[in-house]
Design a protein around this ligand. Structure first.
Ligand SMILES: Nc1ncnc2c1ncn2[C@@H]1O[C@H](COP(=O)(O)OP(=O)(O)O)[C@@H](O)[C@H]1O
Ligand SMILES: [Mg+2]
Length: 303
């Protein structure tokens, strides 16, 4: 659905993209992850056909995005910092873009009522956009991107200006888009939102994709096999020593009434360890397998 091939982009000699390759499949949510200044917005702007590049190719829905080939129906773009005429209110803004798109008053009214409802701006729709918070502008920007019901969405940091509740709403809207068969390419550095909704992620570093993988397999690969075992009361030293004697145990840490056991192989050793724990004659209040967050995985990969 989206294909970026060997893309090179520099700004006055400052090389940003150095052979970027990405393929986003129809109907998936793809998380484009990278540090600030790495070139995410640059990539988005190129995909949207707004800025030029030195070499490579960008194809969206079978059409070259650098030419005049892209249509309203192809992409919906939510820029990182969407700009509006500050004196217009949301209704007026929809009227403006609706008429440019060739819609009549009634159609515009119907579509925008529904969209404003979906992004939670119905109540604010009569107020001038100039008075909106950054989060409200982002939500309005999303509604605008949805106006022509495009196949592909480019969302640049869609949740970065939102409070936790707003972020959750945004995540729900993006999931809804996927349910409607849309393809979503989103960039972010707020990794805990992305963790929940992406099918695949690509990590960009130094102008190229360094890791591209299904989110579930990426998470599985980097699960740190540490079991935190919590006891009703502080366990004796011999308990920790016994764990340490097991040949599949890598490391044992004791803190208050908790013992953390690092095992060598998640799949092979978990069963053995759990059996060992079950055989202990002590009262255990909780056992938890610790997982790395995507944030930690990202830091590891980039380092
Ligand atoms: N119009 C521009 N002119 C010159 N340099 C730019 C321009 N836009 C972005 N850059 C530079 O390109 C790099 C990538 O920027 P950007 O794509 O905005 O990164 P990201 O969105 O990942 O934070 C940064 O070093 C930024 O300073
Ligand atoms: Mg950016």
């Amino acid at each position: 659905m989206i294909r970026i091939e060997n893309l090179y982009k520099s700004y006055k000699g400052h090389k940003v993209l150095k052979g970027l390759n990405i393929e986003v499949h129809r109907g998936e949510i793809y998380g484009f992850i990278g540090h600030n200044g790495v070139g995410k917005s640059t990539t988005m702007n190129i995909l949207a056909g707004l800025i030029g590049f030195q070499s490579g190719k960008c194809i969206i829905n079978g059409r070259d995005s650098s030419g005049k080939g892209l249509q309203n129906k192809d992409i919906g773009y939510l820029p990182e910092d969407p700009k509006f005429y500050p004196y217009m209110n949301a209704w007026e803004y929809f009227d403006f873009i609706g008429r440019i798109g060739g819609d009549t008053g009634n159609t515009i009214k119907e579509k925008s009522t529904d969209l404003l409802e979906r992004v939670g701006l119905s109540k604010a729709a009569k107020r001038p956009i100039g008075g909106y918070s950054r989060g409200m502008k982002q939500r309005l920007g999303l509604a605008v991107a949805m106006y022509h019901d495009p196949h592909v969405y480019l969302l640049d940091e869609p949740s970065s200006a939102l409070d936790p509740e707003g972020r959750l709403d945004m995540v729900n809207i993006i999931e809804e888009l996927k349910d409607h068969g849309k393809t979503v390419f989103l960039s972010t550095h707020i990794l805990n939102d992305i963790e929940r909704i992406c099918d695949r992620v690509g990590i960009i570093h130094d102008g190229r994709i360094v890791v591209e993988e299904r989110l579930d397999s990426l998470m599985a690969k980097y699960v740190q096999p540490v079991y935190d075992i919590e006891f009703a009361k502080k366990p004796g030293r011999n308990l920790a020593d016994n764990f340490m004697k097991l040949d599949y145990v890598e490391k044992v840490d004791t803190q208050d009434n908790k013992i953390s056991v690092t095992i060598k192989d998640l799949e092979k050793d978990s069963q053995n360890l759990l059996r060992e724990i079950a055989g202990l004659n002590v009262f255990i209040t909780s056992i938890n397998l610790r997982r790395n967050s995507l944030e930690e995985i990202f830091m590891k990969v980039v380092k």
